[in-house]
Design a protein around this ligand. Structure first.
Ligand code: ACM
Ligand code: ZN
Length: 767
């Protein structure tokens, strides 16, 4: 559990970093311009904040600062026009003029600090920057000196939408935690909190007209233990749930607004609605009974498209619109199977009545009805990119999560877009390839990749790009049952995305970012807030080159060195090295760490290289893998390093979506081969299936291939298999072709029914 101490420190001590080194500044997100003048201002002498008179907003900002520094002896002085004063002061000045930007300036000199902005929030952002550069040192008589450099900052945001999301359905978090989450967002200049309040596993917002939504829909009988792909699945037997009352929600809205954060509530429809249907089964297609889900995934039972369901949802949204003052309402729209609609007389009657041809169009009709209603309430509808499928509902804002394609399509059609592609913005994915990383949903999203994100796709014209409002990080909590885990998964990735959203590309540099971030990490540690140091973990890449494997170890761009321990033929050796490329040619176990000057040590990576006849050979893929499951490149298949058996993310697995795997190995060796051993992952819950068949062919010219072995792969319940395929006779081919046949369309009764299967393949061991 988050310690109470944290809350105390967060509010009272503020963002105070201890920094000895002379870096320019450590502000995140990186401002447009920071100039340092040399010299320091002692803040212990600055005991007044001058603000414009009769301005409640600015007064609150000044009070926020006083609380953050725990300096209750600072006075707030209201004047008609805040100018300089004979005493050292902080002046908060609102500039005149029509300018709705986040712009601010901050200037510190021996006279004090002057902050200007066009909007109140600009003043707030300036203070967040200020708090980040305050240094604390021990002065005489045990007095703590607070000081900042003489500095000149000019700053503004790149995007007007800077979002962070939290799923409170899969796991529920109390108001106290939500406030902590918002505090952290405010530090990094986020301005939208997307609160995912309803889903299959729990309805979390009180709706006065329909109390069963929370009384019944807020609680599930048990919860999945372990990973969704584990077989057999295991469950606990503890009732789990909770919800926010409308009073609590109002309290959170005000708390967020005081930090210039708008809350976007998400009420999921038409899919992900098991919890609502468990409470009010008449709004489903079959009438139920339904249950609040105790496992993760996508469920066939969804809201019916009949008029009474639309009425029910509008009544709910009426209360939601009254509660949330912001401009946006998110209505979900993702992952809605259409199975029930196809056999529902009510849904089919709607189709006939409205001359609707497909279930996708029926979904579009459904969302449009909701959209019209929200417009009448003065709100704007946001939906996940699936709502594009049957035609874009008028005025809808698209949240592009299955990649950027939905967002690109929407921007071209002049719809506003929020980018949140899984490849860069899903903080529920693994952030490290470290073997003992806490359980996560899968995939791999390291900090550097988040940082590298540019929310404007290069295919858009300047005009089309103006529809991209910004990016959002998503924190789905299937595998985050406690508050520490949420922070561990979100931070520091949310800090990287904060800079993506705020800072222009030309002012971004990953190596500079992690230098600043490493200073921030100390504040997290001092305040006992979970934070992943995985950016210090070493990463490796392999390259197949002339029959050997090159191992390239990537170091963080910080001052430090690699500590390498190798065990080769039973001999252990440990050394510091500045090298980063090693040749793997003999079976070898290796462990590597990164050590910083301050003695912070990364967690070790282990690489077990097992030499075989294919290791280091070139391989050409005929079908492209899915980008996000191709992180190790094609050499991952023949680099002598086994893919992990317990999870399918990471650089050693290659994922094919709905496709066969087909590749040609440039063998050209004099050693005869007799067996080929494969690695396949099997997780039907995640739409991953074993292949149906492996076909191996050989060729002497790389063009004409002859099949030398064909073997069926039996379906089974194991999460992982390693089939060893014996060739009928030893051969010495020039080229080998490997065809691994995809399982094909997923069967009716299984998760993802009707979609193509995923096929995951690891090392191809040739002996
Ligand atoms: C989503 O991640 N299902 C929007
Ligand atoms: Zn129906």
């Amino acid at each position: 559990m988050m310690k109470n101490l944290f809350v105390f420190c967060l509010i009272c001590n503020g963002f105070i970093l201890y920094s000895q080194n002379k870096m320019n500044h450590q502000i995140i997100p990186n401002p447009v311009s920071v100039k340092s003048a040399g010299g320091r201002l002692n803040l212990n002498d600055v005991k007044q904040i001058i603000i414009p008179e009769k301005n409640k907003g600015v007064k609150k900002i000044a009070e926020f600062y006083i609380r953050a520094l725990n300096q209750s002896d600072i006075k707030i002085i209201e004047t008609k026009s805040p100018h300089t004063s004979s005493k050292k002061s902080i002046i908060l000045q609102l500039l005149r003029g029509e300018n709705s930007s986040d712009y601010y300036t901050l200037n510190s000199s021996k006279n004090g600090i002057k902050i200007t902005a066009y909007q109140e929030r600009g003043l707030f952002y300036a203070l967040q920057s200020l708090i980040q550069i305050i240094e604390k040192s021990e002065g005489q008589n045990n007095i703590t000196n607070l000081s900042i450099p003489y500095i000149n900052i000019e700053d503004d945001s790149r995007f007007k939408y800077r979002g962070l999301h939290l799923d409170v359905s899969r796991h529920f978090f109390p108001v106290s935690f939500i406030k902590n989450y918002i505090d952290m967002m405010a530090k990094y200049k986020y301005n939208y909190f997307h609160w995912h309040l309803t889903d299959d596993q729990g309805w979390r917002i009180e709706i006065k007209q329909f109390p069963e939504l929370t009384q019944t829909g807020g609680y599930r009988k048990s919860t999945l233990i372990g990973h969704h792909s584990d077989s057999p699945a295991k469950y606990d037997s503890t009732e789990y749930g909770g919800y926010y009352t409308q009073d609590e929600i109002r309290e959170v809205i005000i708390y967020a607004a005081d930090r210039y954060i708008e809350i976007i509530p998400e009420i999921e429809m038409p899919g992900h609605s098991s919890a609502a249907l468990a409470a009010y089964p008449i709004f489903g297609c079959t009438g139920g009974p339904y249950e609040v889900a105790n496992t993760w995934g996508v469920f066939d039972d969804v809201f019916c498209t009949k008029d009474t369901t639309i009425w029910f949802l509008k009544e709910i949204l009426k209360e939601v619109c009254d509660l949330f003052p912001g401009e946006y309402i998110h209505i979900g729209g993702d992952e809605c199977p259409k199975e029930r609609w196809k056999s529902c007389p009510n849904c089919q009657a709607i189709k006939r009545r409205r001359n609707i041809k497909t279930e996708e169009e029926l979904q579009s009709y459904f969302i449009s009805q909701i959209g019209i209603f929200l417009t009448s309430k003065g709100k704007k509808l946001i939906g996940w990119d699936e709502i594009l499928e049957g035609g874009i509902p008028t005025n809808a804002i698209i949240m592009s999560w299955r990649g950027e394609e939905g967002g690109i399509l929407a921007a071209k059609a002049k719809h506003q877009v929020i980018m949140t592609p899984g490849s860069h913005c899903y903080f529920d994915h693994y952030q490290s390839t470290y073997a003992k990383e806490p359980l996560a949903i899968g995939s791999y999203l390291p900090l550097e990749r988040v940082y590298s994100y540019n929310p404007i796709p290069s295919v858009l014209t300047k005009q089309q790009s103006s529809y991209i409002l910004g990016a959002q990080g998503n924190v789905w909590t299937e595998y985050m049952s406690d508050e520490n885990k949420v922070f561990y998964m979100a931070y520091p990735r949310a800090i990287a995305l904060a800079e993506v959203n705020w800072t222009e590309e030309k002012n971004k540099s990953y190596s500079d970012f992690i230098k600043r971030l490493h200073q921030h990490s100390k504040w997290f540690k001092e305040n006992n807030i979970s934070f992943s140091l995985s950016y210090l973990d070493l990463n490796y890449k392999t390259k197949n080159n002339n029959n050997h494997v090159e191992l390239i170890i990537n170091k963080p761009a910080l001052d430090g060195s690699i500590l390498l321990e190798t065990i080769k033929d039973g001999d252990a050796k440990q050394e510091y090295t500045s090298e980063d490329t090693f040749i793997l040619d003999k079976t070898l176990n290796c462990k590597a760490w990164y050590q910083l000057k301050d003695k912070t040590l990364s967690r070790p990576i282990t690489i077990d290289f097992v030499s075989h006849l294919g290791a280091g050979k070139n391989i050409t893929l005929i079908n492209s893998p899915a980008e996000k499951y191709f992180q190790g490149g094609s050499s991952a298949l023949l680099n002598g390093i086994q893919a992990p058996q317990n999870k399918y993310g990471g650089q050693e697995w290659i994922g094919m979506e709905g496709k066969n795997f087909e590749a040609i190995i440039d063998y050209k060796d004099t050693n005869a081969i007799s067996t080929i051993t494969f690695q396949f992952f099997n997780a039907p819950g995640s739409w991953i299936h074993l292949p149906s068949e492996v076909v191996i062919s050989a060729s002497s010219d790389g063009k004409n291939f002859e099949i030398i072995k064909q073997q069926n792969i039996e379906t089974n319940n194991l999460k992982y298999i390693e089939p060893k395929i014996l060739l009928d006779k030893k051969i010495i081919p020039q080229y080998l072709k490997i065809l691994v046949k995809n399982h094909g369309e997923i069967e009716e009764h299984l998760p993802g029914a009707g979609h193509g299967s995923w096929l995951f393949i690891g090392e191809i061991k040739i002996e």
